[in-house]
Design a protein. Sequence first.
Length: 263
Amino acid sequence: MRPDLVPGHAARQSAFAAALLDGGAALPEGLVAPGGGPVARRFAVHRATATLGTIAALATRHPVLERLLGVETFADLVRAFLRVDRPRTALLLDWGDGLPDFVAAHPDLADWPWLADVARLERAWYAAHHAGEADAMRLADLARHAAEDLALARLRLHPSLRLLASAWTVVPVWVANGEVADVAAEAEWAMVLRPDADVGVHRLDASAFAFVSALAEGETVSAAAVAAGRLDAAFDAGAHLVDLVRLGAVVAVEVPGDGENPT
């Protein structure tokens, strides 16, 4: 009989996986070593290998956070994280999105409240790096549209675009790979984008962030400009739209009445 058809097989698999990633858990029931010998040492080897793999996966994803905390402290953090959020598949690339919130709630890290946003910025970089491909539109494509049409248009943004708002100046921390003397308690906004091969992290002001956020939520250019104008009466939506196109953030302009052929 196939193992997956044996009654209780799924439950035993879940218990095995949980114990494999929790150093404090008891050995799963029913383990048998070759020849019927003790299994504790063998299982400990598998447990260590699995845990090291998850630590390495998150270290690859969060190199700045690891540098800030130190290798050993970061490894301890991941072990603690594993107790509340375990990989659901063998594909570790898809696991770990909850780490920034875990960092934010960790009592031992309360004196460094900006660490969570460093982790969120790294998560945004990672997501942009692995996002789908799309051809960004050019300024010549934008110039084909009349100003009144653009005001009513919605923009299709590049699939790699990610936004981060922080109460701390975390972008310099990321740029310096964790080698900074101080982190200021000042609001900061960033756009992460990979239109080509390289991921870029662009600092925005509050009004520009409001503009891009509204566009990302599907608002028209004029509605996004209004949102930005609430923060800066002198906000120039046209100039910011041109900047977004130059950066490769815009894939298409969807003008009402254009049907299925946005440009």
